[in-house]
Design a binder for this molecule. Structure first.
Ligand SMILES: [Zn+2]
Length: 228
């Protein structure tokens, strides 16, 4: 079972994540990372080279698009091109777009290793109707918690029915108002979440999507519930 970290692709942040024992990473991009794509690639390569000296390495599992507006589609192809270089998933998610606009814009991207993320307003029914007929997805546990009447029930149905389409899971804690919290700081019963993932034999990577400084402790908590 892969438990990955998440960071922006600056050299110092990449190496910090690896020194925090993450061997798999999701990269979060801002527009500036794509406006200066050569510098971004240089940063990644420098991190790879430096870490190699201490026999460490990392794999990029997924690259998250910037939160674009409708008229900024050039960033989608740029993210996807970058993801292709590392054989990583592209995650298309923008808090500035509706799910309808997201699916419409995603048509221009092709299906290849493209994942759509569930938004904070999407319950089980909405995910099943608006994402899964069109694309594979990354399931954000906290977003589901905010939208769902019964996350544990909905998660079990989602994983057991659509396991082959849910390629990644984002793990963070949440209240009904605020997600992105370290594991244990919100209202989600993570031992129950992990039990459901065990019960449904979910084996795809999980990304700890909490503030970087809190990711090692959040990982510890998850590992306690699910030894890996
Ligand atoms: Zn997420």
């Amino acid at each position: 079972m892969i438990l990955a970290g998440k960071t922006t692709p600056e050299y110092v942040n990449l190496t910090k994540a690896v020194h925090n024992s993450f061997r798999h990473l999701e990269l979060a991009l801002d527009k500036r990372h794509l406006n200066n794509i050569e510098i971004t690639k240089e940063n990644i390569q420098t991190a790879i080279d430096e870490l190699k000296k201490t026999n460490k390495t990392f794999e990029i599992i997924s690259i998250h698009t910037p939160h674009i507006n409708k008229d900024e589609t050039e960033y989608l192809k740029k993210t996807q091109d970058l993801a292709k270089e590392y054989n990583a998933y592209t995650i298309f998610h923008s808090t500035n777009l509706t799910i309808e606009d997201t699916i419409e814009l995603a048509k221009t991207m092709g299906q290849d290793r493209l994942l759509i993320e569930n938004k904070t307003t999407m319950d089980l029914k909405s995910i099943v109707h608006n994402i899964l007929p069109y694309h594979d997805m990354v399931l954000d546990i906290a977003h589901l918690y905010r939208a769902s009447q019964n996350i544990y029930n909905d998660l079990e149905i989602l994983i057991s029915t659509y396991k082959n389409k849910i390629r990644l899971i984002h793990m963070n804690d949440s209240t009904k108002q605020k997600d992105g919290l370290p594991i244990g700081d919100g209202d989600i019963d993570y031992p129950t979440i992990i039990n459901i993932l065990k019960k449904t034999a979910y084996t795809e990577p999980m990304i700890i999507e909490t503030p970087p400084s809190t990711q090692p402790e959040s990982r510890q908590k998850i590992m306690k519930y699910m030894p890996i």
